[in-house]
Write a protein that binds this ligand. Structure first.
Ligand SMILES: Nc1ncnc2c1ncn2[C@@H]1O[C@H](COP(=O)(O)OP(=O)(O)OP(=O)(O)O)[C@@H](O)[C@H]1O
Ligand SMILES: [Mg+2]
Length: 470
């Protein structure tokens, strides 16, 4: 979700304060569900009620972000999604309404007892998050870089109360989860017009940490002090490659909230999962592309009025000789290649995609659009970009636009080595190793062969499930 109009926590100097331990209160070891793909005797239905009702334990993960409350659940009987068995889920709960006006509320965080301002969100925005995540998962099913989507739906205030009451009776909540749920119920009681969006997805276990968390390294001297260096971590390359795959593929999504807490990577740095993918432009959607063009034109007129000094840089950024040619050139640069259909992915194409993603990110995240030269302009994917292009190259719009090395056309080979690393990771995403193909085929052959009937059964459920999340 997009944050308030302030720099992201991960980007602000106070970021140290926000070092995110996964605040769950589990005592149990997390199971690696991805390894466990054998066929269960009977799948439970893939709808939210059934998954929740089969929960044997629900634990607290976090409640201090802008919109949601995150939980981690374990079920007593495995459920199947598209013939893969799961025993755990991540539950993202948000308050929703139908209005677009900003509604805020104060929530006292469960673990640290701090007051944070949270927001109620429009239903449609969350639908977009679920649809985008599902699209990305399905399109890259052999090398996924988002958690698998299980189900999502809006529950009325009363329906939600009923579900939680029965779970409370079954005593599935851990102490912190219970405390958070009580707080959620209190807010709902006080605001009867609010409904609740529940999003169930694959839970990325304790091995996964946000890029923000991975940015803290113990000092070499062995002291207790941790240093924060988000541009010095290899997992950043994975986040970036995943971000590029969203845009430069048939999916065509440009994420503009891909900050360092909206992605999780495993301890070996071999797997990344982007989360919170609702804030994105869909390049195949005419409304979105028109919106992008309108935004660019507005930006241009604001710059012409208030920050004229940026115009020549903007022209040379897009390699045009006069400002009137800028809108067309901006749009041309948004035609990303589909890396999956290309014989060879070029470094130039990777570079252009990255620079355009950053450009749109800046356009979206400059709080005061009257002043693009303002030092408050920011880019959510700043740190991952700086892993390739060097510290402070994406510190604000002004310095980004005047930097002759960071233009859509790659003019220097200073970054080739880094871009080649990204290329290798992208190749792993778009042409996953045969190992994964073999693993998948063997799962399917068990389902389609010996247990043919079960396969049909799963298939019916799958269709139903698709209806749920539409
Ligand atoms: N599928 C998941 N598996 C494990 N942990 C998750 C999962 N989804 C979210 N989390 C945890 O919850 C945190 C918040 O998730 P997310 O960004 O989706 O919520 P949000 O309310 O939209 O956040 P914000 O408003 O700060 O952007 C993540 O940083 C991560 O630590
Ligand atoms: Mg988030």
């Amino acid at each position: 979700m997009n944050h308030r109009d302030t720099p992201t926590r991960s980007e602000s100097p106070s970021s140290l304060k926000y070092k995110r331990k996964r605040k769950n209160d589990s005592h149990s070891r997390y199971r690696d569900v991805k390894q466990n793909t054998s066929v269960s005797p009977l799948p439970v239905e893939t709808n939210i009620n059934d998954i929740l009702m089969s929960a044997s334990r629900i634990e607290f993960v976090q409640d201090d972000s802008v919109y949601s409350f995150i939980f981690y659940g374990t079920v007593s009987a495995p459920f199947c999604i598209d013939s893969v068995k799961f025993e755990t889920f991540c539950m993202k709960i948000s308050f929703v309404n139908k209005t677009t006006s900003v509604v805020t509320f104060t929530h006292t965080t469960t673990v640290e007892d701090e007051d944070v301002e949270k927001r109620v969100i429009n239903e449609k925005v969350l639908e977009k998050e679920v649809t985008n995540q599902k699209k990305l998962y399905d399109s890259f099913v052999l090398s996924p870089f988002v958690p698998r989507v299980f189900a999502a739906s809006v529950f009325t205030n009363k329906e939600f109360n009923d579900i939680i009451s029965s779970l409370q009776q079954k005593q599935v909540f851990s102490a912190n989860a219970d405390k958070t749920m009580m707080s959620i119920l209190r807010h709902l009681h006080a605001n009867k017009s609010w409904n609740v969006h529940i999003f169930l997805m694959e839970y990325m276990d304790e091995k996964y940490k946000t890029l923000d968390e991975r940015s803290f390294t113990m000092s070499l001297m062995g002291s207790e002090t941790k240093t924060f260096d988000p541009t010095n971590i290899r997992t950043g390359y994975l986040h970036m490659a995943a971000n590029i795959a969203c845009a430069a593929s048939s999916v065509g999504l440009i994420l503009y909230d891909a900050h360092n807490r909206n992605g999780l990577s495993d301890s070996q740095g071999t797997d990344v999962r982007l989360i919170d993918v609702g804030d994105a432009f869909d390049l195949h959607n005419d409304d979105d592309t028109s919106k992008l063009q309108r935004m660019f034109n507005t930006m241009l007129s604001k710059i012409s009025e208030n920050s004229k000094e940026l115009l020549p840089s903007l022209c040379s950024f897009f390699d045009v000789d006069e400002p009137s040619k800028l809108p067309e050139r901006f749009y041309d640069n948004l035609r990303f290649s589909d890396f999956r259909t290309q014989v060879d992915v070029s470094i130039q194409d990777i570079h252009r995609t990255l620079i355009m993603i950053a450009f749109i990110d800046f356009m979206m995240n400059t709080p005061d659009r009257d002043s693009y030269s303002s030092r408050h302009s920011n880019c959510r994917c700043r740190y991952t970009m700086e892993i390739i292009y060097g510290k402070n190259s994406f510190i604000n719009f002004n310095s980004f636009i005047i930097n002759t090395k960071c233009r859509p056309r790659l003019s220097v080979d200073d970054f080739n080595q880094n871009l080649n690393i990204v290329k290798q990771i992208i190749m792993g995403i778009i042409k996953p190793e045969s190992k994964k193909l073999i693993k998948r085929r063997s799962t399917c052959s068990i389902l389609g062969g010996k247990h043919k009937k079960k396969y049909k059964y799963y298939h019916i459920k799958t269709k139903r499930y698709r209806r749920i999340i539409k």
